[in-house]
Design a protein. Structure first.
Length: 471
């Protein structure tokens, strides 16, 4: 462990997203003197234009979907004249006002916490002059030069755009621009069927828009569990979404009253708005990294090791600018690890194998540990069990028909290696599986842990029981 005089250590952090603000909290707790440089607001894109607002928007759409389930449960909604209410409507301007206010409140709460522990926040744009010198262009005008003992780069990423599909913030939108919409799109075309595209396509479908999802792959969510992806795609189609598979976009054209999407095979798709969800690029250009020798990958991401060190001594990096795993939880952990390492505290390398992730579709998809692809390819020897959620008593009570619980256990020892949950609030249900993977529990230990009856988590214990090794 490196021995440092923490009280005299000046930590400069570029970027106030999860990687940056969590690093700042740890550095301050350990006794460092911390300056955080941020230009767009504490919380970064994750809080202000990405995770927090998108999940708040999705929550509103999920609430509206409950009206469909209510009829199946024997609940009939009527108006003041006694007529049955068929459709509930979302006022998008009101929804977006709430979403942005919620994001702002979260940013304020984080800022308050940073102030409480003595973190100095500088409103401006930082640039590396050397490994120990940061030049800040202040938002209020002028410049400030900072001398740092430790620097953390947490500059994040921005939506990827193409020369042939330029966002205008009105009809052609990135996922950071959608909260400026005042009315619900008549027909939203979502380009890209990865996590962001799938989440927002379903959100707008749930809010009442007609939605076409343009996917360059055979199925939506191509990088995740394919059994889960098939469930979600079936839900999309059943609820009225149009899914164009193996359809690669080449250009987006704005018309007088809408947009036209041009596909590689010559087809066109016409709608009122286009949402571009075709990936992200790291914000690593123009901040002096090449000048001081920070190694970048071919994609422009900062190359880091498992304790967040870059190729330059004393310079660390965390979050989407590193390309390690584009999750706010991973960014935060990278930032914490970086500061613990830099300031001489006990630290363990980033445990990517134990990262749980969630896709906020309806139902949600949560996963942890090894994947079905690892097993199918032979890289991992494991037994697999999948239990349809529709057989669970609690699921029946709640009107849940879609989804499943899947567990992976090491063949022979029964060690829990991973799992997938497709269900409402799967983000909560994956936690016991994550605990089992992280603490190396076997299926018998998971199965013998009491669950409430009836509960959705009971299916996790049941899956573990079915993986019990008898020979």
């Amino acid at each position: 462990m490196v021995t440092v005089n923490v009280r005299n250590t000046h930590v400069v952090i570029l970027g106030g997203g999860p990687g940056g603000y969590e690093a700042a909290l740890v550095a301050a707790h350990l006794g460092g003197r911390v300056t955080l440089v941020e230009s767009t607001g504490i919380g970064g894109a994750a809080v202000l234009t990405d995770c927090v607002p998108s999940k708040a928007l999705i929550s509103t759409a999920d609430y509206l979907s409950e009206f469909e389930t209510a009829h199946d449960l024997g609940v009939h909604l009527t108006d003041h004249e006694g007529d049955e209410v068929v459709n509930a409507e979302a006022e998008l301007a009101e929804v977006n006002r709430r979403v942005l206010a919620l994001a702002k409140a979260q940013s304020v709460d984080i800022s308050s916490r940073l102030a409480e522990v003595g973190v100095r926040i500088v409103d401006g744009w930082g640039r590396m002059v050397s490994a120990t010198q940061v030049q800040v262009e202040l938002a209020a005008g002028g410049r400030e030069d900072l001398t740092a003992d430790v620097v953390l780069l947490a500059t994040g990423a921005t939506p990827r755009v193409m020369a042939s599909a330029q966002p205008d913030g009105e009809r052609i939108l990135t996922w950071q621009q959608i909260y400026g919409l005042r009315t619900l799109p008549e027909h939203l075309i979502v380009v890209g069927s990865g996590v962001t595209g799938a989440e927002l396509a379903q959100a707008y479908l749930g809010l009442g828009a007609a939605v076409t999802l343009v996917s360059s792959r055979e199925h939506v969510l191509p990088s995740g569990d394919q059994d889960a992806a098939k469930v979600i795609e079936a839900v999309f189609l059943r609820r009225g979404m149009t899914v164009l598979s193996q359809a690669r976009m080449t250009a987006v054209e704005r018309t007088e009253d809408g947009v036209v999407i041009h596909l590689e095979d010559g087809r066109t798709v016409t709608g009122s708005h286009a949402l571009l969800a075709v990936g992200a690029v790291p914000l690593t250009q123009g901040i002096g990294l090449e000048d001081i020798g920070v190694e970048l990958s071919s994609s422009g991401h900062i190359v880091v090791d498992r304790v967040s060190r870059t190729s330059v001594r004393g310079v660390y990096a965390a979050g989407d600018c590193t390309g390690v795993f584009p999750l706010a939880s991973v960014a935060a952990q990278q930032g914490r690890i970086a500061m613990s390492h830099a300031l001489g505290d006990a630290v363990a390398p980033l445990p990517l194998h134990y990262v749980s992730s969630n896709i906020f579709t309806d139902p949600e998809i949560a996963s942890v540990g090894v994947s079905q692809a690892d097993i199918d390819s032979g890289r991992v020897r494991a037994d697999v069990i999948t239990l349809p959620l529709g057989r669970n008593a609690r699921a029946k009570m709640l009107g849940i028909a879609d989804g499943f619980v899947k567990l992976f256990a090491h063949r022979g020892s029964g060690l829990v290696l991973g799992g997938v949950v497709v269900a409402p609030r799967a983000s909560e249900l994956i936690f016991p599986v994550t605990l089992a993977v992280t603490h190396r529990l076997n299926v018998d230990q998971l199965a013998s842990t009491f669950t409430v009856y009836p509960s959705l988590s009971g299916s996790i214990a049941e899956a573990a029981r079915r993986l019990h090794v008898t020979d």
